[in-house]
Design a protein around this ligand. Sequence first.
Ligand code: CMP
Length: 138
Amino acid sequence: MSNLTFGIIKPDAVRAGNHGKIVDRILAAGFKVRGMKLIHQSKKQAEGFYAVHAERPFFGELTEFMSSGPCVVLALEKENAVPAWRDLMGATNPAEAADGTLRKEFASSIGENAVHGSDSDENAAIEIAYFFSKLELV
Ligand code: CMP
């Protein structure tokens, strides 16, 4: 199990001004922020990032939304980082997210669900490398 994972504070949460509160929650949960930047993805960048979902019916909606405004990309460190970050985020669909999770508090729908997190160590490494150069990781 790796100690690194990748996260995004999505455009809905940044638009609502919740990115500071979410970073606060991440730090309070014991993660170290190894990389963090505010970016505005192009449609092409979002399509590349979510390429595994290219055949899904919601791919257009997803990549349109992810390129609709600024988001915060994060490289996060903690013991068992991937499951720890998924636990803090809560279920993909906020209607199913447990109390105390970020999606319960900040997400409005399955599409606009405030945060993204890697689903495996392998994808965490790929996703961190998609947005960060080695020099941008401390
Ligand atoms: P994320 O963890 O960023 O990875 C893929 C995203 O696709 C997921 O979060 C959801 O926001 C989004 N997604 C999953 N299912 C649907 C759906 N049925 N409609 C719209 N978006 C979806």
